[in-house]
Design a protein around this ligand. Structure first.
Ligand code: NAG
Ligand code: NAG
Ligand code: NAG
Ligand code: NAG
Ligand code: NAG
Ligand code: NAG
Ligand code: NAG
Ligand code: NAG
Ligand code: NAG
Ligand code: NAG
Length: 424
């Protein structure tokens, strides 16, 4: 299922990190013994300092991290699970949620390489001092109550690989600072209150996964979408409008999950979707897509989940799609399809979970009324004629404001696990 790939991606990264950390912990024990005897010799020399700072900082990088984490703690106003209660004193590697590892520059120097405060329910801000955590590879703040904007000083985190800010209360325009991070692969800012357009530069990065769902992004999906090499794209529950750009075809070698639920997209589905041969999840439900199912979709041999539900699509449901070898779940309810070709009439026989309700299928139960159907079917859509509506210009270099489309889909619960705000 959709979520399994993203969570397995996380699991993999965590696993690698844990390997990394557990190797490190072994080193650490050895180092501790060395450090202890070392400290012992110098104890008298440093006694005065001890009185001021309790413990001398082991190295300047950890001291910087100490300053950063203390500054952070000062702007944390609620921490019901006591994650930061032990954030006291300079031994930052012992803080809850803070993970140290040997520095990439110098394996003998210990640095803060990861911070994981997932599910903390912590309320507060991100202070500018986070820019001091220059060795951070992983920052996970999923499911907290952090608010305000993302500080620009995060641009200092040049080793950051994973940034998960999901399910918080961040606001403001797209956090441009993430675009300056040279090694970022995993960007998750879903379930916040970011607004305005997505910058085109987002697709000029070597990200592997981009989750921006459940924000207030508007404007169209940038047409250079295909420039990235992303494998998971989740845009759901924003108000983009416009069409799915044909340049999506350029993602053919990487894209596995494309989730555009409730993003106000319209126009026809481009034939190019059918060339995304790695696609496993394709969900464009709850939009204003018109026209037929492109025949090219029958080339998606890895497709497992196909959801076209709650659009204004019409024409026939082609057997090529119903015969896709990996298809497990095919939802096309709440459209205006008028014929199911071949095996599509009996998807049960293929053990495919399906939903064909509320269409114009004469043989099937729970369909739309004749009146409703004829109103639409009398005006067939010509996708060649239909220019993709582009009612607003996106200022790609700047990402300045564009007008969102007016239509808001009906409020209906969408239960898609991929959209869940958190992973354990
Ligand atoms: C956090 O610490 C406070 C004060 O020590 C305590 O009352 C509370 O039960 C702790 N909360 C949790 C979730 O441990
Ligand atoms: C860090 O924690 C470990 C185990 O909890 C403890 O043995 C060690 O003394 C602590 N280090 C410092 C510097 O407080
Ligand atoms: C960025 O990192 C450098 C060390 O690499 C540090 O001196 C500087 O203060 C940091 N800048 C900010 C804004 O934190
Ligand atoms: C994308 O990157 C290329 C090469 O680095 C650059 O020429 C182009 O202007 C960039 N486009 C955007 C929208 O940033
Ligand atoms: C995507 O991959 C191709 C081929 O590996 C590479 O040429 C291109 O620069 C990559 N694009 C980005 C944005 O990383
Ligand atoms: C099939 O897909 C629909 C739409 O995404 C979803 O609501 C439903 O739970 C799925 N059913 C199964 C058994 O996966
Ligand atoms: C669908 O296929 C199943 C098993 O192949 C069969 O038992 C059933 O009668 C078929 N239903 C219809 C409506 O053709
Ligand atoms: C984009 O923004 C720049 C600078 O704000 C402005 O000069 C230019 O006219 C804008 N372009 C469009 C197409 O709005
Ligand atoms: C972006 O647009 C704003 C408002 O039009 C302008 O003030 C700013 O200078 C622009 N920035 C760039 C980098 O063009
Ligand atoms: C669609 O997204 C809008 C926000 O853009 C939200 O208010 C609405 O409830 C969503 N509709 C569905 C069907 O989830």
């Amino acid at each position: 299922m959709a979520s399994s790939s993203s969570s397995s991606f996380i699991t993999l990264v965590l696993f690698l990190l844990f390997l990394h950390f557990s190797c490190f912990f072994n080193n650490l024990n050895a180092k501790h013994i060395v450090a202890k005897s070392h400290n012992h010799q110098h104890q008298h020399k440093h006694q005065n300092q001890h009185q001021h700072t309790k413990n001398p900082s082991p190295n300047p990088k950890l001291y910087s991290a100490f300053l950063a984490l203390q500054a952070w703690k000062r702007v944390i106003y609620s921490d019901p699970n006591n994650f930061t209660t032990d954030w006291v004193g300079p031994s930052v590697c012992n803080y809850t949620g803070v993970y140290c590892a040997p520095s990439l520059d110098d394996p003998k120097v210990k640095v803060v390489a990861g911070i994981d405060l997932n599910l903390g329910d912590i309320a507060g801000f991100l202070p500018n001092e986070l820019g001091l955590l220059t060795d951070l590879a992983l920052l996970h703040l999923n499911s907290n109550r952090f608010c305000g904007i993302i500080p620009i000083t995060l641009s200092n985190l040049t080793l950051l690989y994973e940034l998960d800010l999901s399910n918080n209360r961040f606001v403001g325009p797209f956090p441009f600072v993430v675009l300056s991070l040279p090694t970022l692969k995993y960007l998750d800012i879903r379930f916040n209150e970011f607004e305005g357009p997505l910058p085109a530069q987002l697709f000029n990065k070597t990200f592997d996964a981009i989750f921006v769902n459940n924000n207030r992004f508007s404007s169209s999906i940038p047409p250079n979408l295909g420039q990235s090499n992303v494998s998971v794209l989740v845009f759901a529950n924003n108000r983009f409008g416009g069409c799915l750009p044909e340049s999506i075809v350029n993602l053919a070698d990487t894209l596995e999950e494309l989730v555009l639920i409730n993003t106000s997209i319209s126009g026809c589905l481009p034939q190019q979707v059918g060339f995304l041969y790695k696609l496993r999840v394709f969900d464009v439900s709850f939009n204003q897509i018109v026209g037929p199912i492109p025949y090219s979709l029958s080339g998606l041999s890895h497709l497992e989940q196909l959801n076209l539900g709650h659009n204004e699509m019409s024409g026939i449901v082609p057997s090529g799609v119903c015969e896709l070898p990996s298809l497990k779940n095919f939802t096309f309810s709440d459209n205006f399809f008028c014929e199911e070709e071949g095996i599509c009439q009996n998807l049960t026989s293929k053990r495919i979970v399906f939903d064909d309700r509320h269409n114009c299928l004469p043989e099937k139960p729970l369909q739309r009324s004749k009146k409703e159907c004829s109103a639409i079917l009398e005006h067939p859509v010509d996708c060649f004629e239909l220019c993709c509506p582009a009612p607003f210009k996106t200022n790609v270099t700047n990402g300045s404001v564009a007008t969102p489309p007016a239509s808001i889909p009906a409020a209906m619960p969408v239960s898609a696990p991929l959209l869940a705000p958190s992973y354990p």
